[in-house]
Design a protein around this ligand. Sequence first.
Ligand code: PBG
Length: 341
Amino acid sequence: MNLHSIPPTRCESSSLHRTRTTLRARRSTDQLAPQQLIWPLFVQEGVGQVTPIASMPGCARVSIDQAIEQVAEASRAGLAGIALFPVVPNHLKDPRGQESRNRDGLMARAIRALKAAAPDLLILSDVALDPYSSDGHDGVVIDGKIDNDATLPLLAEMAVVQAQAGADLVAPSDMMDGRIGVIREALDAAGYSQVGICSYAVKYASAFYGPFREALESAPRVGDKRTYQMDPANHREALKEIRLDEDEGADWLMVKPGLPYLDIVSLVRGHSTLPVAVYHVSGEYAMLKAAAAIGMFSYEEALLESLSAMHRAGADLIVTYGALDAGRLLASRLPVSDSPR
Ligand code: PBG
């Protein structure tokens, strides 16, 4: 048969049309689900505290009692877990971020309380010095430079404190070289071999982190983070970073930010068998909210579309400030049953 005798446009377009309409629900097994979403929470000291974050409408820094209510919501919505970040009071910040290793500090207390309140949710605890550092850097600053190797034991100790408090996965977001290996060793030596490591393996030096730094008041006092975070123009370096982190014992690999880096998500997915997470970061969330606020589009639609794109690119897990919103939306839009009757 001469294939050209069949008008290809007509044939294909009707098939595509059927896939988009009648068969849509049949393909739904590969759609995004609440169980793939992780919700970042900012905890602060106090009781009954809810301090909205101006650039991130809908997000707030909350005291532990309020965070307990948030995790109850997260659990009801069927989310995978939470990513926890502490808002450390300025008087507790110092150049070595000593507060990060305090077994009774805000972070450790929050992990304990939230794990008890919602044991089914995974707790990812942030490992990096910036929330605790008077320099606002992820590593120790010595003579105006980030000292990679001097930072490693501090990160390892911080990870052990968080594991002891009940974290399921420690999540090093600091980008120091060699940290996955030292953290793995320290966790194992302290008896926490069941605690995983979600490595921020591929983290770019990005303008999209602005609102997060406002939330934690953690912007670098001097300089920027380009000596340890990656160059947005570089994609080969991503493969090098994931190799190293895999060899050192990472359990999950994270790519960050999200939407502007979907090619990297896809690249990492294709080069690793580990679960791949992507971080839809503060600036991306803030853009959606800002655009929706001036009537450019629906926040809900744009959020779900963004998250579906990350899922399509190969992300198994998505960290997003819109996790609760998306989880609820997805649950309310569950497709009709796949089973034929
Ligand atoms: C720092 C850290 C950052 C984020 C998570 N951990 C910002 C930075 O690197 O300065 C950003 C998350 C976001 O923007 O939502 N350890």
